[in-house]
Each structure stands twice: as structure tokens, then as C-alpha cells.
Design a protein around this ligand. Structure first.
Ligand SMILES: Nc1ncnc2c1ncn2[C@@H]1O[C@H](COP(=O)(O)OP(=O)(O)OP(=O)(O)O)[C@@H](O)[C@H]1O
Length: 298
């Protein structure tokens, strides 16, 4: 018997041993019956490639992500992190390979369906027509509204809630142009949250945030059932909040796996061109990378 199981519900109702058994063997023993369980990935791609020009792009990326997975994309400048996120959001057309979202070709989704399923926070996100923070966040409702539908009282409460969540309650009527870099990033994140998609694609979501908001933003994702794919320059944040890392170098995947598997000092030194040490973060036990300062790179 073949069963398709929604992973969050399945996780809630399984014991730890049963989960391990299911994940490892695709077999689930229940009351003397053997069920073959196939857990449909939330997102997968095979042999995904893209070319900006002959010397820039992405080559043969394979990914399988289940609900509540958190994938961190890491790599030096120009490695292809933003390109991969844009491909996975359906903003770029792959040169080869297919992307499946909930088992269906992403290219077959309508714009509104896609926006209800995944939300992208790109680095070059435009402020569109929004003049105030409230209006910027309100854009997150668009995929859920018909053209003639206005923001109602329920929507206003939800907008207030996400503004509170990102610490911008007192900026609701402020103009977008008056925000600091970090405030703008938090406002954009509030818009993404309001969009209500289960899969978040975030391009360097913490690069403008102070240390407190960096952790708050990431913790607000990992404490939910959301699935995350995010690019990071801070390898230690990626290690602390992601269960999988994908390391890119010049458009190629050079490592993928758990933070412990990917954050190997020799590999990280080679890819980033700087000597480093990897030990354990004393707070959460995750790998912690420290790069050698200065010009010396022996
Ligand atoms: N619109 C574009 N047109 C042409 N080339 C592009 C375009 N966008 C990106 N590229 C090239 O593709 C490569 C990968 O860029 P991408 O922005 O994906 O890298 P990244 O890993 O996100 O870099 P960073 O860490 O600097 O943000 C780079 O060589 C870049 O110059």
C-alpha cells in the first residue's frame, strides 16, 4: 500500500523511532501492517542549470526539500546563490532541469498560485507603489485578493500583527524612503510573512540586521512549520538555523548536507580562500567557523 503523507502532520503523530524508520527506509510498521510510505517533497529539482553568459550561471543543481526543512545556501560573492533562489522562485527560466513544487511543475503554476505557495525576498526587491510601511506590507495580500477587493478589518489586524512581529508597529505610517536599511529589510520580511506561503525563499535576509534582529528573524521562522531556503554570508547563522547547507562555488555545487558535513575547515578554506577553524558553538553545539584575520593566509 502506498501512502502520501503530509510531513508536518506525520511528524506530529509519529514517535522518533518511527520517523527515523520512515525517513531512512520508506517503511512504516503500524499495528502489524507494513505500509510503504512515500513522503512527497515540497520542492525538488534535478539537473537544474542556468546561464547568464558563458562564464556565469549555475550547473546541475539537484535538490529535494521536505516540509519544514531549512536549507542554507552559502558561497562566495558571485557563486550563484541569488541566481538559484530566482530559479526556484520561477523568476528565471532554467536552461535545463525541472522544478517541482508539491509534485507539480513550477512552470505550470499561475502567478497567483505560485505567490500563495512560495514567497521570495530578493535582494533587489523594488518598493513598487508603496509609499508607507503599511502599504508595503499590504502588498503581501495581493495573491489572496481579487482586483476589486479592498483591505478589510481582518487584513488590517493581520498587518498589525506582522508589523509587531518584526518590531515596526510604530513605523506603520512612516514613509518607506525614511526607513533605515535594517528597518526596510524587516518591513519586507513582514510583507513576506503576510503573503502566507509555506515556502520562504530569502536572499540574505539578515544582511542589514543587527545581531538581535538577525536571531529574532530566523528564530521566528524555525519556530513555525514554514520551509526555508535562504542564502547567507554568515556561515554561523546558517549553521545554527538550517538543517541542510548547500555550498556553491562559481555556479557549481561543491557540497551539500548537514552543517557538520559541509562546514569542513579544509573545504571552507579552499572555497573562500581564507584559512579557518571550525569548532562548536558553545550555545547550540552547531559548527562554528572562525576565519583568520589580516592579510596572512597560510
Ligand atoms: N542580471 C545578470 N546579468 C548577467 N550576469 C548576472 C546577472 N545576475 C547575476 N549575474 C552573474 O551571475 C553570477 C552569479 O551571480 P549571483 O548574484 O547569483 O551570485 P551570488 O552568489 O548571489 O553573489 P553575492 O554573494 O555577491 O550576492 C555572477 O557572476 C554575476 O555576475
Amino acid at each position: 500500500m502506498l501512502l502520501f503523507v503530509r510531513l508536518p502532520a506525520f511528524r506530529r503523530c509519529c514517535t522518533k523511532d518511527a520517523k527515523v524508520c520512515c525517513n531512512a527506509l520508506n517503511l512504516f510498521h503500524l499495528s502489524g501492517l507494513n505500509f510503504q510510505v512515500s513522503i512527497q517533497p515540497l520542492l525538488s529539482c534535478h539537473n537544474l542549470s542556468f546561464r547568464w553568459h558563458p562564464h556565469a550561471g549555475l550547473q546541475q543543481v539537484d535538490l529535494t526539500l521536505h516540509a519544514q526543512d531549512r536549507l542554507g545556501i552559502i558561497g562566495p560573492n558571485g557563486a550563484g546563490k541569488s541566481t538559484l533562489l530566482k530559479l526556484l522562485a520561477g523568476l528565471l527560466r532554467p536552461a535545463s532541469g525541472e522544478i517541482l513544487l508539491c509534485g507539480q511543475l513550477l512552470s505550470h503554476y499561475s502567478l497567483a498560485e505560485k505567490a500563495r505557495s512560495l514567497a521570495l525576498l530578493a535582494q533587489d526587491t523594488e518598493q513598487a507603489t508603496a509609499s508607507t510601511v503599511f502599504e508595503l506590507v499590504e502588498l503581501g495580500l495581493l495573491p489572496h485578493k481579487q482586483l476589486w477587493q479592498r483591505t478589510d478589518q481582518h487584513d488590517q489586524i493581520r498587518i498589525s500583527q506582522v508589523l509587531t512581529q518584526v518590531g515596526l508597529t510604530d513605523k506603520a505610517t512612516a514613509s518607506v524612503s525614511s526607513l533605515s536599511g535594517g528597518e526596510l529589510q524587516r518591513a519586507q520580511f513582514a510583507r513576506v510573512l503576510l503573503q502566507g506561503a509555506k515556502l520562504l525563499l530569502l536572499d540574505e535576509p539578515t544582511n542589514h540586521l543587527d545581531v538581535q534582529y538577525q536571531h529574532q528573524l530566523l528564530q521566528s521562522i524555525v519556530s513555525t512549520e514554514l520551509t526555508l531556503i535562504a542564502s547567507f554570508h554568515d556561515l554561523n547563522l546558517a549553521a545554527s538555523y538550517c538543517n541542510q547547507l548547500l555550498l556553491l562555488q562559481q555556479g557549481k555545487v561543491v557540497a551539500v548536507g548537514s552543517p557538520e558535513q559541509v562546514l569542513q575547515p579544509k573545504l571552507i578554506s579552499e572555497v573562500f580562500g581564507r584559512r579557518c577553524l571550525v569548532d562548536s558553538n558553545p550555545f547550540d553545539g552547531k559548527p562554528r567557523v572562525t576565519f583568520a584575520p589580516g592579510a596572512c593566509n597560510d
